[in-house]
Design a protein around this ligand. Structure first.
Ligand SMILES: C[S@@+](CC[C@H](N)C(=O)[O-])C[C@H]1O[C@@H](n2cnc3c(N)ncnc32)[C@H](O)[C@@H]1O
Length: 406
C-alpha cells in the first residue's frame, strides 16, 4: 500500500458525483444551528448517504482494480479457514438436523460468502440459511453475481436481509466491518477536549475541519481514555459500539460472533506517540490522510480499539471467548494444510504455486496482515448448552489466545 499526499485526478463523472454529495453535506451544514456538522456525521454521509455515499453509490471497488483489497479477495484459503471455525459452531448449535445459520455483515464482493459456502459443503456442515446484511445496494448486486458465478448450486441457501433476524443460532461474521463505522474525532490538549467538526469555507470553496469544544459526554469519554500526552493529541473513538452489540445480542440466541479487522488493544491504540490518530483514506490503492477530499470517491476508515469492542460486547451479554492475531487464527484453523492441498491440486503449475505462496505471505506475515489484523470471538450460549469458550469448538483460538492483552 502506497502513501500519497497528491491523489490522481478523478474523472469528470466521478467529480460530478462527488459534487452532488458535497452539496448534500453543505445543505446539512447550513441547516444546523452552528453551521457545522460533526466529523462523525460527515464520515457517515461520505460513506453511507443514500445514493451518494462511497459504500452505497457503486463508485468504489474492492479488489485489485479498486481502492483497497481485503483478505477474502487476496485468497480463498482465508475463507476456508473461517469456514472450518464456522463448521464447529454450526455443528454445535445446529444439532444433527443442521438448524444453524450464518449471518455475514458487510459481505463486500461476495467472495467470502461463496468460498465459505463451498468449504462448508466440503465439511458437510452447510448452514440452514446464509444471511447477508449489507448497507450497499450496489454491493448486494455484486454479491448475488459472485455467488451465482462461483457457487450457483448453493445460491438458494443465501438470503439478503435488511434487518437482523430474530432468534439466530449459529455464526455472525464480519470481516473489516468495524473499521468502516463512522467515528468521533477529538483533540485533547491538557484539560481541554475538542471535537472535530466540518464546515463549508466560502473563501476556499471547500469543506474544512474546525475544532469546537466537545460536549460533556464526549469530553468524559475522552478523559476516560486516560491518554498520556504533553502535546495536543488527536484520535478517534467509536461511540456506536454499545448500541451495535446490543442489537447483535438481541439477534443471536446462541453461537459465535467472529470479527476480523485491523486494530489494537486500548493501550496500543492510545499510545502517546500515536498522537495523530489512525484515521486514513483509501483511493485507488493510495493511502492518504485527507478525508475531506473527494467525498464519496474514497474510503474513510479508522483502526479498531479491540478493548472497546470487548467491553461493549460484554455489556451486551456476550462472552469474550478468544482474541488473537490473524496469523495465529489462520494457523490454528489449518492454513498450512489448506495450502498443501492447494499446491497438490496443480503440482505442475509453477506460476500458480508462486501466487499461492504470495497469498500466504500477505495473509500471515507480521508486517503485512498477519499481526495488524486481529480476530475476536464473542459467544453466547443457551441454557443447557456447554459454554463454547470452555470446549473444543473455538479452534481458531486454541493456541496463542491473547485475551489477557485486552
Ligand atoms: C471494508 S468493506 C469490507 C467488505 C468485506 N467484508 C470484505 O472483507 O471484502 C466494509 C463493509 O461493511 C459494510 N458495513 C458497514 N457498516 C455496517 C453495518 N453496521 N452493518 C452491516 N454492514 C456494514 C459496508 O457496507 C461494506 O460493505
Amino acid at each position: 500500500m502506497n502513501h500519497s499526499q497528491s491523489l490522481p485526478e478523478p474523472s469528470a463523472d466521478a467529480l460530478s458525483h462527488s459534487k452532488k454529495l458535497v452539496n448534500a453535506i453543505r445543505a446539512e451544514i447550513e441547516n444546523s444551528n452552528v453551521n457545522t456538522i460533526t466529523f462523525r456525521r460527515y464520515m457517515e454521509m461520505a460513506l453511507y448517504q443514500p445514493e451518494l455515499g462511497y459504500y452505497v453509490a457503486g463508485m468504489h471497488k474492492i479488489g485489485e482494480q479498486g481502492d483497497f483489497t481485503t483478505a477474502p479477495e487476496i485468497s480463498s484459503l482465508f475463507s476456508k479457514c473461517i469456514a472450518k471455525q464456522c463448521a464447529k459452531i454450526l455443528h454445535k448449535v445446529g444439532g444433527c438436523h443442521n438448524q444453524a445459520c450464518v449471518l455475514e455483515l458487510g459481505a463486500g464482493s461476495g467472495k467470502m460468502a461463496s468460498d465459505l459456502l463451498l468449504e462448508l459443503e466440503q465439511l458437510d456442515q452447510l448452514p440452514k440459511r446464509y444471511y447477508i446484511l449489507d448497507l450497499s445496494p450496489d454491493l448486494i448486486h455484486r454479491q448475488q453475481q459472485t455467488i451465482k458465478d462461483f457457487a450457483p448450486h448453493l445460491y438458494k441457501l443465501v438470503e439478503w436481509i435488511d434487518q437482523l433476524p430474530q432468534n439466530l443460532n449459529g455464526v455472525i461474521l464480519g470481516n473489516e466491518v468495524l473499521d468502516a463505522m463512522p467515528v468521533d474525532v477529538f483533540t485533547q490538549n491538557g484539560q481541554d477536549v475538542y471535537e472535530h467538526h466540518v464546515l463549508w469555507s466560502e473563501e476556499s470553496e471547500s469543506l474544512v475541519e474546525q475544532l469546537r469544544p466537545a460536549n460533556e459526554k464526549l469530553k468524559q469519554q475522552v478523559i476516560d481514555l486516560k491518554i498520556q500526552s504533553d502535546t495536543p493529541y488527536t484520535s478517534e473513538l467509536n461511540p456506536n459500539l454499545n448500541g451495535w452489540f446490543k442489537t447483535l445480542s438481541e439477534s443471536l440466541q446462541s453461537g459465535l460472533v467472529l470479527l476480523i479487522d485491523y486494530g489494537y488493544t486500548h493501550k496500543e491504540y492510545y499510545l502517546p506517540e500515536r498522537n495523530k490518530g489512525t484515521l486514513i483514506c483509501h483511493y485507488q490503492h493510495l493511502v492518504n490522510e485527507a478525508p475531506l477530499k473527494y467525498p464519496g470517491l474514497q474510503d474513510i476508515t479508522a483502526n479498531v480499539d479491540f478493548t472497546a469492542v470487548a467491553e461493549a460486547s460484554n455489556e451486551a451479554g456476550f462472552k469474550v471467548a478468544g482474541f488473537t492475531s490473524q496469523v495465529h487464527f489462520l494457523t490454528n484453523t489449518g492454513l498450512e494444510e489448506y495450502f498443501m492441498q492447494a499446491l497438490n491440486d496443480q503440482p505442475n503449475d509453477e506460476t500458480y504455486q508462486y501466487q499461492l505462496a504470495q497469498q500466504i505471505r500477505t495473509l500471515s506475515l507480521p508486517a503485512e496482515m498477519g499481526e495488524r489484523f486481529k480476530c475476536i470471538a464473542l459467544t453466547k450460549h443457551t441454557k443447557g448448552q456447554t459454554d463454547m469458550a470452555s470446549d473444543e469448538s473455538l479452534i481458531g483460538f486454541g493456541q496463542f489466545d491473547q485475551r489477557f492483552r485486552l
